[in-house]
Design a protein around this ligand. Structure first.
Ligand SMILES: Nc1ncnc2c1ncn2[C@@H]1O[C@H](COP(=O)(O)OP(=O)(O)OP(=O)(O)O)[C@@H](O)[C@H]1O
Ligand SMILES: [Mg+2]
Length: 359
């Protein structure tokens, strides 16, 4: 069979996580999106580390398997990048034409990128012009090896990569920007994605990303702690974790629960890091004379499934914490009861890039 050069493009949103690879395919409807396919498969152990695909063959094989088992036919993938090495900065610099900034962006970005800018892809977006001859710019820098290794694994699985986006941008698109039930897009919210190895914290104020930070902790930190303390296998530690309920730690007379006691310091440390990020955001706002506090934390990612975690975090942070899955957003039509889709928001937000912007 000869492939027509005019073969129609079809898209899949592909979230290459360190623990699981998630795929979502969407169709546009009059009011939102129909989730035509979604599927997930475990990431081969150690195959994706710090955002980089280390074992390309294993990841390619998993993508192929995922597409096949999920009955997903696609020619193109929209993928994301995230993690501690991806830098997102909202900076104020002297006002200049966009073309001039494009020429000097590597120099500007060099102040924020810990590694060499030569080894990074750099993008920017002008956010606005405060009155004093300055401008606000969002700078994004992603290491080339993160992007290129991901693109390569997709290509080897037969998918052309159409869009490389930031994971927090994808989550925001799927969870907040298009949400029909709440007014979060008008407020200052924190989107916290707790994955396996990384927790990403973004503060978004009326649609503007004010801060994005990656904390190198997540569900695997907890699984590892259980595994080590109780000498369990990976599978037993994983399933043991799902049986626990963090609300027990809040009760007046906490029931003696050794596994919870083992996890508590790790969860507390993660919550402290999240608090530190929110405090950093807050101090910058106060310096700029525009206090705009976070009023709501939206919790996503696979580890947001941990029983009672939102309630526990809410108590510790003294903020409202809501676990939020993409299938909770009524603008996504799912055929059956698919659960909340807590870990599917990145893949969904990536899949949405296949369509013209429609909030
Ligand atoms: N029911 C559950 N209860 C507790 N934890 C869960 C549950 N389901 C999944 N997890 C945890 O969620 C994590 C995987 O989440 P997710 O798929 O969002 O991670 P990932 O995107 O692959 O990782 P990362 O973003 O860090 O690269 C694992 O640590 C897993 O143990
Ligand atoms: Mg993830």
């Amino acid at each position: 069979m000869r492939l027509s050069p005019f073969r129609k493009k079809s898209f899949v949103g592909l979230d290459l996580g360190s623990h699981a690879i998630k795929a979502v395919q969407l169709e546009r409807t009059a009011t939102g999106w129909r989730v035509t396919r979604h599927s997930t498969t475990p990431t081969p152990e150690g195959a994706i580390k710090d955002g980089v695909v280390i074992d390309g063959d294993a990841v390619t094989e998993s993508i192929r398997r995922l597409l096949k088992s999920g009955h997903i036919h696609a020619t193109c993938a929209n993928i994301g990048v995230a993690g501690a090495t991806v830098v997102v900065r909202n900076v104020r610099i002297p006002k200049m034409p966009e073309a001039t900034l494009r020429k000097s962006i590597r120099f500007e970005a060099g102040r924020y990128v810990p590694t060499s800018v030569e080894d990074s892809f750099i993008e920017f977006e002008i956010l606005g012009y405060p009155d004093d001859g300055q401008m606000d710019v969002l700078i994004v820098a992603a290491p080339k090896d993160v992007v290129e290794s991901r693109v390569k694994a997709c290509q080897a699985a037969g998918l052309e990569v159409e869009v490389v986006d930031l994971e927090p941008f994808a989550s925001y698109r799927a969870l907040v920007e298009t949400d029909a039930e709440h007014d979060w897009a008008e407020k200052t919210v924190a989107i916290v994605d707790i994955g396996a190895h990384t927790t990403s914290v973004s503060v978004v104020s009326k649609g503007v990303f004010s801060m994005t930070r990656a904390i190198p902790q997540g569900g695997s930190t907890l699984t590892g702690a259980l595994k080590q303390y109780f000498k369990l296998t990976d599978a037993d530690a994983e399933s043991g974790k799902t049986q626990l309920d963090f609300r027990e730690l809040l009760s007046d007379a906490p029931q003696e629960n050794p596994p919870l006691r083992v996890l508590q310091p790790h969860v507390d440390e993660l919550i402290r890091e999240i608090r530190r990020s929110l405090n950093y955001y807050q101090s910058q706002q106060t310096d700029a004379g525009q206090p705009n506090p976070v009023t709501q934390v939206l919790l996503s990612g696979g580890s947001a499934k941990m029983n009672g975690l939102a309630g526990y975090m809410s108590q510790k942070l003294a903020l409202e914490v809501t676990p939020l899955g993409v299938f909770d957003n009524p603008r996504f039509l799912v055929t059956e009861d698919e659960g909340h889709g807590l870990e599917m928001s990145v893949a969904s937000g990536l899949a949405m890039r296949a369509f013209a912007r429609a909030a």
